[in-house]
Design a protein around this ligand. Structure first.
Ligand SMILES: NC(=O)c1ccc[n+]([C@@H]2O[C@H](COP(=O)([O-])OP(=O)(O)OC[C@H]3O[C@@H](n4cnc5c(N)ncnc54)[C@H](O)[C@@H]3O)[C@@H](O)[C@H]2O)c1
Length: 319
């Protein structure tokens, strides 16, 4: 389905690597792409040529020369804090890819920076825009299957290059931490985790199993690893009146109630398109995006609690 932004906003994409190139393509489709920036001159030039927009190797120069409404930051995690601070100070709305920053302290400072600049800060938690997750959120609100009790996530696949500036918890588990908090509508009270590094010379952890305890008896169980040979991205949501199985990749949902199973038909839509259109719409409608900086910070708190829990071997309570 062709989508366009509701009104013309000008977006600059920073970082045009493996993921940023998708932001460039989608903003071009939305007719919002105004400029690209990459420290790699060849990449900046090639995307500039392909999409007929100015290409920069310096964020400073792009922010000074272009009248941008927003930027998306698709550079490595260790650069997010500095890039986002710079963009917000220049007065542009900012979507930072996950993780928002590499640590809670920088996350808090970034939220302050967004407040001072009076600009949106949002984070690339793309799964919220995945159609089966949007539908599941609606099912929870409707209450037709009763109360949600347990969310069990699997996000697993072998990774060729185990080099990253953050480990799997801050790189990948963050997606499911955010989805769990969003579906339950709250932040967990307690986190227990075991993480480890399976493939040397991995500097950070490459597998994590995280248990998140929410109010009442609500629980989320996350299995994330870069070990499983095939790609698995699933969620099983247990309600008091049934079970909903979601495949993030095929976007298929199976609803089990008693002995019957229904599989709703729904058009497959690109989650990134829905996410980035949400960003441009929030800018043009002058309203807070669905994912807030606070959400990004809460996820970092949980991620750090998981790492601390694994180090200490004990549950970590979140205030
Ligand atoms: N939401 C998702 O589903 C999803 C998926 C993949 C990656 N990501 C996130 O996107 C970000 C980028 O990941 P990637 O896989 O594209 O990395 P990558 O290494 O493939 O690309 C990073 C790009 O940023 C450029 N870059 C580095 N420092 C820069 C700077 N100071 N100024 C401008 N450009 C700079 C590099 O030259 C490179 O082109 C990460 O935060 C990652 O977690 C999100």
């Amino acid at each position: 389905m062709a989508l366009t932004a509701k009104s013309m906003v000008r977006i600059g994409v920073i970082g045009t690597g493996g993921w940023g190139k998708n932001h460039v393509r989608v903003f071009n489709e939305l007719q919002c792409l105004a400029a690209v920036c990459d420290v790699d001159q060849q990449r900046a030039d090639s995307f500039s040529r392909k999409f007929h927009v100015p290409g920069y190797t310096s964020l400073d120069t792009m922010l000074n020369k272009e009248k941008l409404d927003g930027v998306t930051i698709c550079t490595p995690a260790s650069t997010h804090f500095q890039m986002a601070t710079q963009a917000l100070a220049a007065g542009v709305h900012t979507l930072v890819e996950k993780p928002m920053t590499t640590n809670v302290k920088d996350g808090e400072r970034l939220i302050d920076a967004a407040k001072s600049a009076n600009r949106f800060l949002t984070v690339g938690f793309i799964e919220r825009f995945n159609p089966p997750i949007t539908a599941l959120k609606q099912m929870i609100s409707d209450g037709k299957l009763g109360d949600p009790v347990l969310l069990e996530f699997h996000r697993e696949n072998r990774r060729g290059q185990n080099i990253s500036d953050v480990g799997i918890v801050k790189d990948a588990s963050v997606h499911d931490i955010d989805t769990a908090c969003w579906l339950f509508g709250e932040v967990p009270k307690v986190v227990y985790a075991r993480v480890g590094a399976f493939y040397p010379p991995m500097e950070h952890e490459d597998f994590a199993t995280i248990l998140m305890g929410f109010s009442g008896q609500k629980t989320a169980f996350l299995v994330t690893n870069w070990i499983t040979p095939n790609r698995v991205r699933t969620l099983s949501a247990v309600f008091s009146g049934g079970v909903v199985d979601v495949d993030f990749v095929t976007q298929q949902t199976s609803i089990h109630e008693g002995s019957s199973t229904t599989v709703p038909t729904r058009p497959v839509q690109e989650p990134l398109m829905l996410e980035l259109r949400g960003f441009t719409d929030a800018i043009s409608e002058k309203r807070e995006p669905i994912v807030t900086g606070k959400d990004g910070l809460n996820v970092l708190r949980v991620a750090e609690a998981a790492l601390a829990s694994s180090s200490s071997g004990t549950p970590v309570y979140i205030e």
